[in-house]
Design a protein around this ligand. Structure first.
Ligand SMILES: Nc1ncnc2c1ncn2[C@@H]1O[C@H](COP(=O)(O)OP(=O)(O)OP(=O)(O)O)[C@@H](O)[C@H]1O
Length: 427
């Protein structure tokens, strides 16, 4: 092991056995001869990385990519099928909330057993007891059995023990996601303090912002292998754009599924009412109204590079293209857009009249393009309503929820939309 390293992971592979369903009824069980049928799932397919003493690294990746498995291997809760893991120093971990706590024992008794697991003697624990209790802020509950604790209280106790055992290496799995915001902030500050004292830290988190604030390096695990590794500022944008594309694929599949479901429902309704699906379509006014002189055929969204998509990073340019078919000339046409959050809150709305564009007549079918230059909507799902009106506000085609759009961001600000801002710190 290199002298400057605290952790060396070399070509580690790990597989799990996943037992196939054997059937729960007696008859099914009797009929199944292959009782122990299982398949092997390779979760890690050869992972190598090194962590220097005093360095903090973040493990990122989509659900199920193998982050927690990597951390459990480092804690030696489980062992690799091949490869090697070497670590130097005392290891402390916060992996599963309250794992290692005995529910019937009091908080105080659990501090003793838990700290002993991390290798402390009774004398050492006694010396740290006050610090552990003070950090947990659980003085009044300390003699109650931990089964009466809330999950937040569990986490306070577990965190307080884990950071007070003078570990050389601290392994944390998504722990900062639990607890109230005050305690989260306190843990976060404590982690920085511990890091400044030279502790090596490995964090698994979906909060890229937290990783950026604590870690020098991010390791992106994908499909059981390391896909990228480097400064969080370099790796995270790459990861986010990859996840954006994935979400786009999922959104498209979901859209197809919804369309198929709608079509099936539509046919069933038509059959029930003994009319043709086309006739039913004509009479149906759900979320759509107007005199029908023009009809919106499609509303598609495009990114700056011209690619059609429905998932965007907050702050991106979104190009909206509205294709319409004309049945009759529409005089003094006005195009409008409304942006609604999925819970119905209107986030924005405008039209060509509000924007003081010259009035125009629609004389043939075509496409209207609207460029939304910096859409600062915060992460979530939104719907676009699109409308065509004619002279003095007569609705021609109002199309509710004409397109769905999703935004993502790695910044943790909250609300509906990001407001451009600048801070000026006191001199
Ligand atoms: N004991 C186990 N037996 C069988 N499969 C397991 C076991 N532990 C984990 N797995 C599987 O291994 C894969 C990786 O799990 P892991 O918990 O490491 O993912 P993760 O990256 O931490 O995910 P998340 O972001 O959801 O926490 C998953 O498909 C999971 O179902």
């Amino acid at each position: 092991m290199k002298p400057e390293n605290a952790i060396e992971v070399k070509d580690v592979t790990k597989k799990f056995k996943v037992y196939l369903d054997k059937g729960s009824q007696l008859k099914e069980r009797l009929l199944f001869h292959e009782r122990n049928r299982y398949e092997e799932r390779w979760v890690l397919k050869g992972i190598s990385f090194e962590v220097k003493k005093g360095e903090a690294i973040g493990l990122i990746g989509h659900n199920g990519c193998g982050k927690s498995t990597t951390l459990k291997l480092l804690t030696r809760i489980i062992y690799p099928d091949a490869g090697s893991i070497e670590m130097r120093g005392r290891v402390s971990s916060l992996i599963e909330l309250g794992a290692g706590f005995h529910p019937d024992m009091s908080g105080r008794e659990n501090i003793y057993t838990n700290a002993a697991i991390f290798g402390l003697t009774k004398k050492e624990i006694d010396a740290r007891m006050d610090d552990i209790i003070a950090f947990s802020e659980l003085e009044e509950f300390l003699d109650n059995p931990v089964r009466t604790y809330s999950s937040g209280m569990y986490m306070r106790l577990a965190f307080s023990v884990a950071i007070n055992v003078d570990a050389d290496i601290l392994l944390i799995d998504e722990i900062l996601a639990v607890g109230d915001t005050n305690f989260q902030a306190k843990c976060f500050n404590k982690l920085r303090e511990i890091k400044a004292q030279g502790t090596t830290i490995v964090i698994v988190s979906h909060s890229l912002g937290q990783i950026e604030q604590i870690c020098e390096r991010s390791i992106w695990i994908h499909d059981g292998q390391i896909r990228a590794e480097g400064s969080p500022r370099d790796v995270h944008p790459e990861y986010l754009s990859f996840m954006g594309e994935k979400r786009q694929e999922i959104a498209e599949k979901e859209k197809e599924r919804q369309e198929e479901k709608e079509q099936k429902k539509h046919h069933e309704e038509a059959e029930e009412k003994k009319v043709s699906p086309e006739e039913l379509e004509k009479t149906k006014q759900d979320g759509r109204w107007g005199n029908g002189h023009a009809r919106i055929q499609s509303v598609k969204l495009y990114a700056e590079n011209g690619q059609e998509q429905n998932v965007f990073a907050t702050g991106s340019l979104v190009m909206v293209k509205v294709a319409y078919e004309l049945k009759e000339t529409v005089k003094d046409a006005v195009f409008g857009i409304g942006v609604f959050r999925s819970d119905g809150v209107q986030c924005y709305g405008t039209n060509t009249r509000i924007d003081q564009l010259e009035e125009f007549n629609l004389t043939k079918s075509g496409t209207m393009c609207l460029s939304l230059d910096h859409v600062n909507l915060l992460p979530g799902e939104y719907w676009l309503d699109i409308a065509i009106e004619s002279e003095v506000g007569i609705p021609v085609d109002y199309y509710r929820q004409a397109a769905k759009v999703e935004f993502y961001s790695q910044i943790g600000d909250v609300g509906i939309a990001r407001i451009d801002h600048k801070w000026k710190l006191p001199e």
